[in-house]
Design a protein around this ligand. Structure first.
Ligand SMILES: NC(=O)c1ccc[n+]([C@@H]2O[C@H](COP(=O)([O-])OP(=O)(O)OC[C@H]3O[C@@H](n4cnc5c(N)ncnc54)[C@H](O)[C@@H]3O)[C@@H](O)[C@H]2O)c1
Length: 263
């Protein structure tokens, strides 16, 4: 039986899309703290949207082999390049498709292009990342773990972000189907469902992070590290009998306030 230790993920190489910022960045650093040997940060830009030092520099300071690959998760060709970079570091064993976009909108006014972008980044991007990682794991004869990022908004509808909710619901169902397909090949696939977490997405793109935490059972807003710790667990051997599950990291919001937006 595996127990927690500082080298829980020793020898593992991870790919994290959206890893320059927010939840992806926090996950990269937590995977490093858990002993990961290599991390590929795949994003449009290397600079964190929230500012500060780029993720690859912070990983290198921790002694992790880290590489930034500029990519658009909507492109299968780009995702092949990302996975190839991970193969060069020893072979992908963990994939976290964390790239995502969010816009507040009224269903009557959603432009066709905005709808397409939301679906392409959040749904297709997650699928292409998982598919490319799974192919490499199978080709390399390795087991692996994929942790997708849905949302509380992936199980609850809302008036202010209908296409985001649709996209995150699709990520949830994708996770279940990939778990069924890839489990027999030794690849576990699970989803985390964060509530509102303070990142550029909730402070710059929207004002969601200003939400009142007093209504949450745990009476505080979540942090990127709260989500990253759940992802590390699901990616690790501690979760070796866990696949096709939804882990809510939301202070209890999904079970207490149906109908609220996002978190
Ligand atoms: N922050 C929250 O409250 C929250 C809650 C639930 C789910 N999520 C989900 O978590 C994930 C990460 O969000 P975050 O809060 O860290 O946001 P963020 O904006 O801080 O980070 C998202 C990252 O994705 C990258 N990205 C966007 N489009 C891309 C593309 N086409 N190709 C490659 N990279 C791209 C951005 O450059 C950015 O670095 C998203 O899927 C989001 O929907 C966030």
């Amino acid at each position: 039986m595996t127990s927690w230790s500082p080298d829980l993920l020793a020898g593992q190489v991870a790919v994290i899309t959206g890893g320059a910022s927010g939840l992806g960045r926090a996950t990269a650093l937590r995977l490093a703290d858990a002993g990961a040997a290599g991390v590929v940060i795949a994003d449009l830009e290397s600079a964190p949207r929230e500012g500060g030092e780029d993720t690859v520099s912070l990983l290198s300071q921790r002694g992790v082999a880290a590489e930034f690959v500029s990519c658009d998760v909507r492109s299968a060709g780009d995702m092949s390049r990302v996975i190839a970079a991970a193969e060069d570091l020893g072979g992908v064993g963990i994939a976290v498709p964390a790239a995502g976009v969010l816009r507040m909108e009224n269903v009557l006014d959603v432009p066709e292009d905005d709808y397409a972008q939301m679906m392409d980044v959040n749904v297709k991007g997650t699928f292409l990342t998982a598919q490319a990682a799974a192919r490499a794991m199978v080709d390399g004869g390795r087991s692996g773990a994929i942790v997708t990022i849905s949302s509380v908004g992936g199980v609850l509808g809302s008036a202010s972000m209908p296409t985001y909710n649709m996209s995150k619901g699709a990520v949830r169902m994708m996770t279940y189907s990939l778990a069924a397909s890839l489990g027999p090949l030794g690849i576990r696939v699970n989803a985390v469902h964060p509530g509102v977490i303070e990142t550029a997405m909730t402070t710059r793109d929207t004002d969601l992070a200003g939400e009142d935490a007093s209504a949450l059972p745990l009476r505080r807003m979540g942090t990127p590290d709260d989500v990253a710790d759940a992802i590390v667990y699901l990616a690790s051997p501690l979760a070796s009998y866990v696949t096709g599950t939804s882990l809510f990291v939301d202070g209890g919001s999904h079970s207490t306030k149906p109908g609220r937006d996002f978190g």
